[in-house]
Design a protein around this ligand. Structure first.
Ligand SMILES: [Fe+2]
Ligand SMILES: [Fe+2]
Length: 240
C-alpha cells in the first residue's frame, strides 16, 4: 500500500534519479501498519475538529522544513529541496484556513497528540544519525498524512472535504518521496532502509491504542490495524 504511493511520489520528485530509486521503493514500506476503520469513523464523526487539526499540521510541516534548513544551513542541495516544500505547506495552510473561514470555524489551539513527541524521542541526538532520523521521521509523518488524506478523500461524508483532501494528498506523497531522497542521497540505501524499518515500527507504536473519545481525534491520533490485517482492511478503491 504505502510502497505503491511512494513509487508515484518518488517518480514525481525532480531531484530523483528514478532508475536508482524506484527499484528500492517497491521493497520499502514506509508505514508498517494501515490506519484503522475506528480512526476513520472518528474522523467522519468530527470533521470540523479534524479540519482545525489539519490546519495546524500544515503549519507544523512548514516549520519542520524550515527548522531543518536552519539546523543545516550549509548542507548542499538542502535549501533547494526544503524551501519549496515549506512554501507549499504554507499554501496548504492558507487553503485550509479558507475552508475553516467558510465554515465559520476558528483556528483554535488544540492539544497535540503524543505522536510527534514519541517520534522526536526516537531521533538520535548525535550527528550524522540525527540528520538521517530527522529526514525519516519527517517522511513518515508525511506518509501517514498522505494515507489518512487518501482515506478522507474517498470516505469523508462531505463533498467539500473529499475535494480538499483529494487535492492535498498528492503533495503529501511527493513530500515523503522528497525526504526519502534526501536521506538516501546522503546515507545510502542500505543504511536508510534499515533505519526506516526501525522508525516505521516506532511510528506504528505511537499510533497504537484506542481513542478515549472523539475530542482526542487528530490527523495523527491513535488508530492503526495490526500489520497482518493490512490487506483485508484496505478500503475499496484505496490504491487507485
Ligand atoms: Fe501539506
Ligand atoms: Fe506535506
Amino acid at each position: 500500500m504505502a510502497s505503491v504511493s511512494l513509487v508515484s511520489a518518488v517518480s514525481a520528485a525532480s531531484v530523483v534519479d528514478t532508475d536508482l530509486v524506484q527499484p528500492s521503493v517497491a521493497r520499502v514500506k514506509w508505514l508498517a501498519a494501515p490506519t484503522s476503520s475506528a480512526w476513520l469513523e472518528a474522523a467522519n464523526a468530527r470533521p470540523d475538529l479534524l479540519l482545525i487539526d489539519h490546519a495546524h499540521c500544515e503549519r507544523k510541516a512548514a516549520g519542520v522544513a524550515l527548522q531543518l534548513m536552519f539546523r543545516y544551513p550549509a548542507e548542499p542541495s538542502l535549501g533547494e529541496a526544503l524551501s519549496p516544500l515549506a512554501r507549499e505547506e504554507l499554501e496548504h495552510f492558507e487553503l485550509v484556513l479558507q475552508v475553516l473561514a467558510r465554515r465559520g470555524l476558528a483556528l483554535r489551539p488544540l492539544p497535540a497528540p503524543a505522536y510527534g513527541a514519541r517520534l522526536s524521542k526516537a531521533v538520535r541526538r548525535d550527528e550524522p544519525g540525527r540528520m538521517l532520523d530527522s529526514f525519516l521521521v519527517a517522511g513518515l509523518i508525511e506518509a501517514r498524512s498522505h494515507e489518512r488524506m487518501a482515506l478522507l478523500a474517498a470516505h469523508a461524508a462531505d463533498a467539500e472535504l473529499r475535494d480538499l483532501y483529494g487535492e492535498l494528498l498528492a503533495s503529501e506523497a511527493r513530500h515523503f518521496g522528497l525526504y526519502w531522497v534526501l536521506a538516501e542521497a546522503r546515507f545510502g540505501r542500505e543504511v536508510t532502509v534499515a533505519r526506516l524499518e526501525q522508525l516505521a515500527a516506532v511510528e506504528v507504536e505511537a499510533l497504537t491504542g484506542a481513542l478515549t473519545g472523539t475530542e482526542q481525534l487528530r490527523m495523527h491520533a491513535v488508530g492503526v490495524e495490526p500489520v497482518q490485517a493490512m490487506v483485508q482492511t484496505l478500503p475499496a478503491g484505496w490504491i487507485s
